[in-house]
Design a protein around this ligand. Sequence first.
Ligand code: AMP
Ligand code: MG
Length: 391
Amino acid sequence: MIPVAEARQLIAQAVHPLAPVAVSLYEAVGLCLAANVHALCNVPPFHQSAMDGYAFRFSDLLLFDTLHVASEVQAGAWIDTPLQPGQAARIFTGAPVPPGADTVIMQEKTIFLSQNITIQDKNILKGANIRPCGSQTRIQDLLLPAGVRLSPAALGLLAGAGHASAPVLPPPVAGIINTGQELTPPGQPLVPGRIYESNSYALKAVLQQRGIRDIRLRTVTDDPAAIREAIQALLADCDLLLLTGGVSVGNYDFVQAALQACGVQQIFHKVQQKPGKPLFFGTYGPKPVFGLPGNPAAVLTCFYEYVDLALERLCGLAQKPLQERVLLAPVPKKAGLHVYLKGRLEGPGVRALGAQESYQMGSFADADCLIHLAAELENPPAGTVVSVRTL
Ligand code: AMP
Ligand code: MG
């Protein structure tokens, strides 16, 4: 049995980023940028009108009472002929400002009469209503650095500077194997002695929340050959493998032996923690493999604390950082194990919920954080500063 900090350190050391791939920006939200990305063009690519109105020479304001509307520029059009003194160009939002013009007046501030305009706004400044070429981004400028998680705005920024795809750390293909003789899929009648299989639902959901879509799922009985067969099949296809149940020391717990028989190199088995003491972690080549406990609350706790850390290393999805909070009520605890409690944040404090046993999912569904109580802590009183990870 190893301490929590050592288990985390071993995972961080053993897991490395997946090879970067180029993905369409349409598929890239939430993914981590694998390289710096630079602008392919100036944005805007030309001096651009910010208004529907008229482009003109600012110096003409002092020279003419009216300006002759000599041309029209629509968005997407391009004019090479320079505007002559005394002329204006009808222009629309997004259209390139014709050469010679340096200012745009909005149409609401003009009077148009027989192809001439009078400018009503005497306070207009030179350069008004023009977005200068490159004023957002200059060609070759760094748009986003490696490591950024791509948000909708970041994707808009990249596309606007000419990129259709981006180099990202791809989401891993994930495998889930549930083991247990007693497991019945929800929706079917429950035979006496059996329970509904629920771990795959929670695990698949938390993976999906992290942008992982390709998830291979198997449920097997406590049969060593069946477990080995499922492990082999999923190890071939997946970048990350999660098993639940059968990882403890009972007579029907075959997962550890099956993983070893399939060539998974054990890095640790059993952590000084509650829940999740039997946690197994190993690697198959570069692929992380977790033997999670069977109890549903322990499964999710281990996911948030350990699998999330592996995902951070694998595909750059930063694990939520620990925060410090004050316990609002005393918590009974013996020294020895690091304890995770389902909790709720209340202002600057945190409250441990009831029903903390590892089979209890009602309290987990209520929780918005996991409270960490360090191994050496004993019966921490109200007011104790503890670490908390939000869910
Ligand atoms: P085990 O580690 O296999 O002894 O399982 C520990 C507890 O978790 C037992 O009560 C199992 O019935 C339960 N359990 C195991 N797998 C699942 C699952 N996929 N869904 C719900 N409960 C499970
Ligand atoms: Mg079992």
